[in-house]
Design a protein around this ligand. Structure first.
Ligand code: C2E
Ligand code: CA
Ligand code: CA
Length: 763
C-alpha cells in the first residue's frame, strides 16, 4: 500500500511537471510577447513559434492577424492624410474665391468662417467677423430671420438679392444659402456676390426715369403710374379725385429775356410754391417744360378744389425775385374730375385736363376751366388756331431750319436736324413750341410731319445734285408714327426723289412717344430700318425708359436730352446720369449724341466721358438751308475738342471732383454777383471737392508733391473765399475776387492737365 501511494504521488508530480514544461511554458512565453504592445495595442516583438504543434499554429495565426491589422492601419493613415490635404486645399480655394463665403453655426448666430472676399464685401476685418452674429449686416435683420426659417424648412435659396448695411453704407449682393457639414458640425453656408455697382446704376436710372431732373418732382411717367392708385382709392371711398393741369403764362418770355438759367430757377421756385400749397397725399409733378400737374384724391365735393386752385393762381401771380429784378408770370389751370359718366383712365384724365387748360388760356389766361364745362364755342377756338396752322401750311408759311450735328473729336459734320419754323407774315418767326402743342394729337400734325419729310427729302435731293452730300434728321410726332399710311406715304415721296438715299435720312422719335406704344412703334422702326434709314431716340432721359424697354427698341442713336447736358459741368447728379447713360448705351451698342451743347466745356466733358457726337449752340444755332451749306464749308473743328480724349476710368473720380469744385465756385460767384444773398459755407472741407481731396486724394495722386500742390491751391482758394465773405470794404473785395478767380483757374488747369494729355488748358 505504501509503495503504491508513493508511486502514485510520484506519477502525479511527474504529470504536473510535464504539463508545465510542455503546455504552460510556451503559453507563458506567448503571453509575455503579446502583452508588450505599441500604442495601438499590437505586439511589438515577433511571436515565438515554439512548443506543441497547436501552439505553433496559434502563434502563426496571431502573427497573421497582427500583420493584417498593421496593413489596414497604414492604408487608413494614407487615406486620412489625403483627406486632410484635400480639406486644406478646399479651404484655400474657399479662402481665395472671388465670391464672398460665410459659414455660420446652425442657429445662424455665430460666424465660424469667412473668406477674404467676404471681409472685402462688408469692409470689416475678418477677426472681427468671426464669432459675431451676421444678422447685424442685413439692412433689415428680419430678412435674415426669414432666410434662416426657409433654410430650416429645406427650401433652396439661390441667387436672391439681399440688401446689406455696413457702416451706414447700403450694399447689394446676390446671395445663396445651403446647409452643410463643416468640421463635423451642421452649419449654414452662404455665398454672396457683390452687385452694388450695378444696383446703384439701376437705381440712378430708375430715379432719373421717374423724376424731373430740374425740380426733383415726379415726371409724367411716375404720374401715370400714381394716378390709377389715387383713382382706385377714390372709388373705394366713394369720393372724388381731381387732376389740375397747370401751364405757366409768360414763361417763354422769361426764358427769352433772361436766359434758360433764369427760367430754370423760376421753374424750381414754381415747384416749391406748388408743393407748399398741397396736402401730404396730393402729388405735384412736372410733366413738360412749363407744365405742372397736381393730383388730388379723396375730396367730397368738386367745389372743394376751388380754394386750392385759387391759391395756386394767387401764389404764381406773386412776383419771383431774381437777381435785382422781379419776374412776373401767371398760370392757366385746367381741371378734370373722377369719376365721370363713363370710366376714364389716367391718360384720358390728363388729356382732358390739358384741353381744359387750353380753354383757360383761350379765355385770357390766369384762370381755370373745368373740362366738362368747355362749351362748343371754345372748342371751336382751338379748332380755329388749328385751322390757322392749316392755312399757313397751304400758304407755304412754314420753313425748315437746319442745325448741324458733328463729331467733336474730328470736327466731321454728320448732318443736320430739320427744325420747323412758322414764318408768320404778322408775327415773324414762330417757334414750334408755340404751335405744335395745339395740334399735337390731331390729324394735322401728321400732315405737317409729312410736309417736313417731303421738304427735307427735296432739300437732300437738291444738295446731292450740287455734290453736297449730307444727312438730315427729321422729327416725327407720336401721332404720325401711329398712322398706318405713314410708310407708303414716305415711299411715294422717296420715289419722287430717286437721287436721295434712305441712308441719308434719320428719324427722331421722342423717347416719351416711343414708349407709349412700344410694340407698334417698334414695327415702324423695323420697316424704316429695312429701307436703310437710321433711328434716334430723342430727348433721352426725360421719358420712362427702363432697361427692359431699351433692349426692346432697335434704335441706332440715343439723343441725350439737353436738360442734363446743359447742367452737367456744375451738377454732379446730371453728370452721373450722363455717366450711367453712356455706360448703358455702350452695353446695348447704341451711339450717343448729346444735344444742348452750349459751351466748349460741355463738349470737353462729353468727350472725356466717351460721347463724341454733339449738337448745340456751341457748334451752331439752327439756320436756313443756304446758311447751312456755307457754314458746312467754313466750319472748323474746335481745337480744344480735337485735343481732348476719352479719359481712362480711373480718372473719372477727378472729373466728378472738378464738377463739385465748379459747382461750389458757381455758388460763390452767385453770392459775389448778389444773385444769392448767402455765401456757400467757406470751410475747406465744406465743399465736396475738398472732402474728396482729403479722403480719396492720397490714393488718387501717387505723386506726393503733386498732391501737396493741389491741396495747397485748394486751401488758398477757400482761405481767400473766407476773407471775401468777412471783408466789407469794396476795393479790397474787388481785389480778393480777382485773386480768387485766378486761383480757381489755376486749380481747374491742374485738374485739366491731370485728365488730358494736352498741356494747353481749356477753360
Ligand atoms: P428737339 O427735337 O429736342 O429739338 C431740339 C431743340 O433744341 C430745338 O428747338 C433747338 O433749337 C434747340 N436747341 C438746339 N441746340 C440747343 C442748345 O445748345 N441749347 C438750347 N437751349 N436749345 C438748343 P426748337 O427748334 O424750338 O424745337 C423744339 C421742338 O419742337 C423740337 O425739340 C421738336 O420736338 C419739335 N419739332 C421741331 N421741328 C419739328 C418737326 O418738323 N416735326 C415735329 N413733329 N416736331 C418738331
Ligand atoms: Ca429732335
Ligand atoms: Ca431733343
Amino acid at each position: 500500500i505504501i509503495d503504491a501511494v508513493v508511486l502514485s504521488i510520484f506519477l502525479t508530480l511527474a504529470l504536473f511537471l510535464m504539463l508545465r514544461i510542455i503546455l504552460l511554458k510556451p503559453l507563458y512565453d506567448l503571453n509575455r510577447v503579446i502583452t508588450k504592445t505599441d500604442e495601438d495595442g499590437l505586439p511589438v516583438n515577433e511571436i515565438p513559434k515554439t512548443g506543441t504543434l497547436e501552439m505553433v499554429t496559434l502563434a502563426s495565426a496571431m502573427e497573421k492577424m497582427t500583420l493584417s491589422i498593421r496593413e489596414s492601419q497604414a492604408i487608413l493613415k494614407d487615406e486620412h492624410d489625403r483627406l486632410v490635404e484635400s480639406e486644406s486645399q478646399l479651404l484655400l480655394m474657399l479662402e481665395l474665391s472671388p465670391i464672398a463665403v460665410r459659414i455660420s453655426t446652425m442657429d445662424g448666430t455665430n460666424v465660424i468662417f469667412a473668406n477674404l472676399a467676404y471681409g472685402e464685401l462688408i469692409h470689416i476685418n475678418r477677426d472681427e467677423i468671426i464669432g459675431k452674429n451676421p444678422h447685424n449686416y442685413y439692412r433689415d435683420p428680419m430678412v435674415y430671420e426669414e432666410i434662416l426659417n426657409r433654410l430650416y424648412h429645406n427650401e433652396r435659396i439661390y441667387n436672391e438679392t439681399v440688401e446689406l448695411m455696413v457702416e451706414e453704407k447700403q450694399l447689394w449682393a446676390l446671395a445663396s444659402y445651403t446647409l452643410i457639414t463643416f468640421q463635423g458640425d451642421e452649419c449654414i453656408l452662404g455665398w454672396f456676390y457683390n452687385i452694388t455697382d450695378q444696383k446703384e446704376t439701376e437705381l440712378k436710372l430708375q430715379y432719373s426715369s421717374n423724376h424731373d431732373v430740374l425740380t426733383g418732382l415726379p415726371n409724367r411717367a411716375l404720374l401715370s403710374s400714381i394716378i390709377p392708385r389715387i383713382l382706385a382709392r377714390s372709388k373705394r371711398h366713394g369720393t372724388y379725385a381731381a387732376l389740375l393741369f397747370i401751364d405757366l403764362d409768360g414763361f417763354k418770355k422769361v426764358n427769352d429775356d433772361h436766359g434758360h438759367e433764369t427760367g430754370d430757377v423760376l421753374l424750381k421756385d414754381v415747384a416749391l410754391r406748388l408743393n407748399s400749397l398741397v396736402r401730404g397725399d396730393d402729388i405735384v409733378s412736372r410733366i413738360g417744360g412749363d407744365e405742372f400737374t397736381v393730383m388730388i384724391g379723396d375730396i367730397n365735393t368738386r367745389e372743394e378744389v376751388v380754394p386750392l386752385i385759387q391759391r395756386i393762381l394767387d401764389t404764381l401771380n406773386e412776383p419771383f425775385s431774381h437777381t435785382d429784378h422781379l419776374l412776373f408770370i401767371s398760370a392757366s389751370v385746367g381741371v378734370s374730375f373722377y369719376p365721370q359718366e363713363i370710366e376714364v383712365d389716367a391718360d384720358t384724365l390728363l388729356r382732358q385736363a390739358d384741353q381744359a387748360m387750353y380753354e383757360a388760356k383761350v379765355r385770357g389766361k390766369n384762370q381755370f376751366a373745368y373740362y366738362d364745362e368747355i362749351n362748343e364755342n371754345s372748342y371751336e377756338n382751338t379748332i380755329d388756331s388749328a385751322s390757322s396752322i392749316n392755312k399757313a401750311l397751304k400758304n407755304e408759311e412754314f420753313i425748315l431750319y437746319y442745325q448741324p450735328k458733328v463729331q467733336m473729336s474730328t470736327g466731321k459734320v454728320l448732318g443736320a436736324e430739320a427744325l420747323i419754323r412758322w414764318n408768320d407774315p404778322l408775327r415773324g418767326i414762330v417757334y414750334p413750341d408755340e404751335f405744335l402743342p395745339i395740334i399735337e394729337n390731331r390729324p394735322l400734325i401728321y400732315t405737317l410731319d409729312q410736309w417736313v419729310f417731303k421738304k427735307a427729302v427735296s432739300q437732300l435731293s437738291e444738295w446731292n445734285k450740287n455734290d453736297f452730300c449730307t444727312n438730315i434728321s427729321i422729327n416725327f410726332s407720336a401721332y404720325t408714327l401711329k398712322q398706318s399710311s405713314l410708310v407708303s406715304s414716305m415711299d411715294s415721296i422717296l420715289a419722287d426723289y430717286p437721287n436721295v438715299l434712305p441712308s441719308q435720312i434719320e428719324i427722331e422719335i421722342l423717347e416719351t412717344s416711343a414708349l407709349h406704344d412700344i410694340n407698334e412703334i417698334q414695327k415702324v422702326i423695323d420697316i424704316l430700318h429695312t429701307k436703310g434709314m437710321t433711328i434716334a431716340l430723342d430727348d433721352f432721359g426725360t421719358g420712362y425708359s427702363t432697361l427692359s424697354y431699351l433692349k426692346k427698341l432697335n434704335i441706332d442713336y440715343l439723343k441725350l436730352d439737353k436738360s442734363f447736358v446743359m447742367d452737367m459741368s456744375t451738377n454732379s447728379s446730371d453728370l452721373s446720369i450722363l455717366d450711367a447713360t453712356l455706360g448703358l448705351a455702350h452695353a446695348f451698342n447704341f451711339k450717343v449724341i448729346a444735344e444742348g451743347v452750349e459751351s466748349i466745356e460741355h463738349g470737353n466733358l462729353l468727350i472725356q466721358f466717351g460721347c463724341d457726337y454733339a449738337q448745340g449752340y456751341a457748334i451752331a444755332r439752327p439756320m436756313p438751308p443756304e446758311t447751312f451749306l456755307t457754314w458746312s464749308g467754313e466750319w472748323k473743328s474746335i481745337p480744344a475738342w480735337t485735343s481732348t480724349q476719352k479719359i481712362s476710368s480711373n480718372l473719372i473720380p477727378l472729373l466728378y471732383a472738378s464738377v463739385e469744385h465748379r459747382s461750389w465756385f458757381k455758388n460763390l460767384e452767385n453770392y459775389w454777383n448778389n444773385q444769392d444773398p448767402f455765401p456757400p459755407k467757406v470751410g475747406e472741407y465744406e465743399c465736396r471737392f475738398g472732402e474728396w481731396l482729403l479722403n480719396q486724394g492720397p490714393d488718387f495722386f501717387n505723386d506726393e508733391k503733386e498732391y501737396a500742390r493741389i491741396q495747397k491751391l485748394h486751401h488758398n482758394f477757400h482761405d481767400l473765399a473766407s476773407q471775401l465773405v468777412t471783408t466789407n470794404e469794396e476795393g479790397a473785395r474787388g481785389q480778393l475776387w480777382n485773386v480768387i478767380y485766378s486761383v480757381h483757374l489755376d486749380l481747374l488747369k491742374m485738374i485739366e492737365q491731370k485728365t488730358s494729355k494736352s498741356d494747353v488748358p481749356r477753360i
